[in-house]
Write a protein of this length. Structure first.
Length: 343
């Protein structure tokens, strides 16, 4: 009987699509931002993926937490996706993950405990792949199932990346296709073919470990991972600090299989429009399909980074050597009317 239970039927949202909307989060965090308190090198004032604090003359601790409601029905896959998404924040800073703690909220009166065990087993499988242990964690009763990890990592002081050091002329690189929010919405509506679901799970469980390697390159000026605020939201965090404009070539934006067709049928999650409402005044050239895809909340999305154009060949060589997907999606200029221009 347990194998017939669909976890997504017990939740309103799913994955990073259940994030608090950007406008509401901004209000909540008003006056609550940290930057350099108690020796922090990176706090939450810039919307970075993880906190960074010095622990020695050479090393920093990178610390993050991430959790959400199920984005897929299978408990084992839910655990894998949630774990990969949590660990991604460490990689997005250029760090090496070293330890995880689990965060579990579970409705024991509605769902079998065995399913919660499967969620944790899935998370352990991904943590094994990343070379870290789940050292413990915390659990509570909750009306909706929730799972995620608090993850610690280390990074050399001269290697950690933030989302705020992009420069004029930098090229923009994306390391995964987008559209997970659209595909998740289709799955909940019973409109997602099995082959598309399989591809979907493969991408959402893929670790962004290439971020650790990218920390070796001074030419990578800024880096983040694309999650609940979509490419638009996370790109805005990258360009607004230094008053830049991102020119995005929409034809170069890689879409997951099936996304274009589903977008044409107006299949998308609620947070897409919440993202658009929060970011629309800073964007030009977006409409129709591009609005639905670029504002689509991603779960364990790819890394988005800005790189010195004169060093682009060494980045291309790296990705080819690693047999790793990437796409060059645009470039940065001095501010030109809007923060993002879709072309």
């Amino acid at each position: 009987m347990e194998d017939k239970i669909k976890l997504t039927e017990f939740t309103k949202g799913g994955g990073c699509g259940c994030k608090i909307p950007p406008a509401a989060l901004k209000e909540i965090l008003s006056g609550q931002l940290t930057s350099t308190e108690f020796g922090l090198l990176v706090g939450n004032s810039g919307g970075d993926d993880a906190a960074v604090i010095s622990i020695s003359d050479e090393l920093c601790l990178v610390s993050t937490t991430d959790f959400f409601t199920p984005i897929v029905d299978d408990a084992f896959d839910f655990g894998r996706i949630a774990a990969a998404n949590s660990i991604s924040d460490i990689y997005a800073m250029g760090g090496k993950p070293i330890l995880a703690l689990s965060i579990l909220a579970w409705p024991t009166d509605k769902l079998p405990n065995a399913l919660a065990s499967e969620v944790i087993r899935g998370a352990r499988a991904i943590c094994d792949e990343a070379g870290i242990a789940i050292g413990g964690g915390h659990s509570i009763e909750n009306p909706e199932p929730i799972f995620g990890l608090a993850v610690n990592g280390i990074i050399e002081k001269d290697r950690f990346k933030t989302n705020s050091n992009a420069k004029v002329g930098d090229k923009l690189i994306l390391t995964k296709s987008i559209g997970s929010g659209i595909l998740s919405s289709a799955m909940k509506k019973g409109m997602l073919e099995d082959s598309l679901l399989s591809d979907f799970i493969v991408q959402l469980t893929k670790l962004n470990s290439i971020g650790r390697t990218l920390s070796n390159f001074p030419s990578v000026h800024a880096m983040t991972d694309v999650t609940g605020f979509g490419i638009i939201g996370h790109l805005l965090e990258m360009v607004q600090t230094n008053n830049l404009t991102a020119h995005v070539n929409y034809a170069q934006i890689p879409l997951m299989n099936g996304v274009k067709e589903l977008a044409s049928k107006m299949i998308y999650p609620d947070n897409t429009m919440r993202n658009w409402k929060a970011f629309s005044e800073s964007v030009e050239g977006i409409s129709g399909e591009s609005l639905l895809t670029l504002c689509d909340p991603q779960t364990n999305g790819g890394l988005l980074f800005a790189v010195d154009p004169s060093k682009l060949d060494e980045i291309r060589d790296l990705f080819e050597q690693e047999n790793h997907f990437y796409e060059e999606i645009g470039h940065l200029t001095e501010f030109e009317n809007k923060s993002i221009c879709i072309e």
